[in-house]
Design a protein around this ligand. Structure first.
Ligand SMILES: NC(=O)c1ccc[n+]([C@@H]2O[C@H](COP(=O)([O-])OP(=O)(O)OC[C@H]3O[C@@H](n4cnc5c(N)ncnc54)[C@H](O)[C@@H]3O)[C@@H](O)[C@H]2O)c1
Length: 323
């Protein structure tokens, strides 16, 4: 007969993972993957831009727990790892209450770093390519310090995230903590927001509804898009690196597509009769935005592998319910 596990070991069987912003687009996919791996997940969210619907399929799972909480207030829980994703991520959403956006990044990070310090556990920050601002270096490597306006309407997000990175590295230097920072580039996939002005969701909805796909300028400006499954894999690999690896590490797809190519792919994959309409190019529309992911390849043996067509098909399937 198998020997019974002592109670203490039974408690230690599963890794307990806190995901802040876990009811959002990326957070909900991360919760899925952690549950799949056998972890216990504590999903913390104030539902500002996320929703219970994103994690509805997990609510009855015995290893999943959902807690309504705003990370700008301290949190006292017992966990083994923290992924800090809480923060509105698109301009319409983060500009809705810019002071709260900065507070979420800065005070939220202080609270989560404080928790990680007390528990002496690893903590990962979901940072962003926006910390490079309007870059004058292409593609962006992690050694580039960025070109950011500190007082503009996007600053609440860009500077909030930059300050969060500062806090992560200061907690590491000052308290010898195991911190990880990933800089996420444009990511798309099922559960992304419907109306937050992002180009992938815009094009898909326009195509499914038979409306014109609106492109700024000629459409020869390029972007890179990472499928959510690839991104989550990169984040989890980063969390599992040894304590001396802190990053920052760019996570994104190096393949670039012009807006015109993206629009044509969406029209073809949806079978839509929509046409392409060209609008005036906004002044601050960058010509290119593309990560250098050499560091992710070297440190994490990670590279985005999902082809745009494959990722778009999954995303289009998800969006059909809203068209
Ligand atoms: N999606 C992308 O392409 C992208 C790119 C770069 C960085 N990121 C970063 O990844 C993280 C997740 O982004 P997302 O695209 O899933 O956005 P999202 O808006 O879907 O998710 C953010 C989640 O955080 C929650 N939240 C916001 N403020 C909170 C607070 N004060 N307390 C608790 N919860 C709070 C929201 O309700 C939401 O569920 C963000 O930190 C974002 O900055 C995302």
């Amino acid at each position: 007969m198998a020997e019974r596990q002592p109670i203490a070991n039974r408690y230690a069987l599963n890794r307990r993972v806190l995901v802040t912003g876990g009811a959002g687009f990326l957070g909900s996919h991360l919760c899925d993957r952690l549950i799949e791996r056998g972890d216990e997940v504590l999903c913390v969210d104030n539902f500002f831009t996320g929703s219970r619907t994103n994690v509805a399929h997990l609510l009855d799972h015995p290893r999943f727990e959902l807690m309504r909480h705003d990370v700008t207030f301290p949190l006292f829980v017992e966990v083994d790892e923290i992924y800090n994703l809480a923060c509105p991520a698109s301009p319409v959403q983060y500009q809705h209450d810019p002071v709260q956006t900065t507070k979420t990044s800065v005070v939220g990070s202080i609270n989560m770093l404080g928790l990680a310090k007390r528990l002496r556990i690893p903590i990962l920050q979901a940072s962003t390519s926006e910390i490079y601002g309007d870059p004058d270096v292409h593609p962006q490597t992690e050694t580039y310090w960025g070109n950011v306006n500190p007082i503009g309407p996007r600053s609440c997000y860009d500077e909030g995230k930059r300050c969060a990175e500062t806090l992560f590295f200061d907690y590491r230097r000052q308290h010898d903590m195991n911190v990880k920072v990933v800089r996420i580039f444009n990511t798309y996939g099922p559960r992304m927001h419907l109306n937050d002005g992002r180009v992938v969701s815009n094009f898909i909805l326009q195509a499914l509804r038979g409306d014109d796909l609106t492109i700024f300028g000629k459409g020869d400006q390029s972007r890179s898009f990472c499928y959510v499954g690839d991104l989550i894999e990169g984040m989890m690999r980063m969390m599992d690196t040894p304590p001396d690896v802190s990053g920052p590490v760019n996570i994104g797809n190096e393949d670039e597509f012009t807006m015109l190519e993206l629009a044509e792919a969406v029209i073809a994959l949806t079978g839509s009769r929509s046409k392409i309409a060209h609008l005036a190019l906004p002044q601050d529309d960058p010509r290119r935005r593309c990560p250098d992911t050499t560091r992710a390849r070297e440190l994490l043996d990670w590279k985005a592998t999902t082809k745009l067509r494959e990722g778009l098909e999954e995303t289009i399937d998800y969006f059909r319910q809203f068209a």
